[in-house]
Design a protein around this ligand. Sequence first.
Ligand SMILES: CC(C)(COP(=O)(O)OP(=O)(O)OC[C@H]1O[C@@H](n2cnc3c(N)ncnc32)[C@H](O)[C@@H]1OP(=O)(O)O)[C@@H](O)C(=O)NCCC(=O)NCCS
Length: 132
Amino acid sequence: MLRGNDPASSVDDPRDNEPSSHHFAGFIGDRLVVSASFFLAPAPVNLELTSYQLRYMAADPEAQGRGYGTQLLRHAERELSSQNVEQLWANARDSALGFYERVGWSILDGSEHLSAETKLPHTVVFKILGEN
Ligand SMILES: CC(C)(COP(=O)(O)OP(=O)(O)OC[C@H]1O[C@@H](n2cnc3c(N)ncnc32)[C@H](O)[C@@H]1OP(=O)(O)O)[C@@H](O)C(=O)NCCC(=O)NCCS
């Protein structure tokens, strides 16, 4: 989904198997329809908070717009909050900024940039856990 449906593209992250990393997925039957990973990483905002970076958030194209992304983030936020994580952040694709705003994340003003990996426009989004 995030690499143009190219089966040859790498879907591994060097931090995937670190004990602090978390991977969440939603299934309909045995079909994975939404997933995201969270890595312990300092945030570019609210530096004093224990923060996790969200990466690789995507829903199956046939399952987008049905609330699964929202459900996954809500679940991840509860789960990570219960483990004393204080803030989540991400370099969000600008094409998905509306989604993060809908689920209550904030945009970091002035953080617009091009991704080194994909060359697509991105902006930092964040959410302090425990607030609404
Ligand atoms: C972005 C994505 C993960 C959202 O998941 P989803 O399951 O489709 O989202 P939901 O159905 O939970 O949508 C929640 C709300 O966000 C809105 N929304 C979803 N995607 C959006 C987008 N790209 N831009 C603006 N708003 C969006 C929905 O319309 C919905 O609004 P509503 O509450 O008014 O109905 C999914 O669309 C996706 O995989 N997109 C392509 C990959 C991508 O861009 N990933 C993010 C990388 S940072």
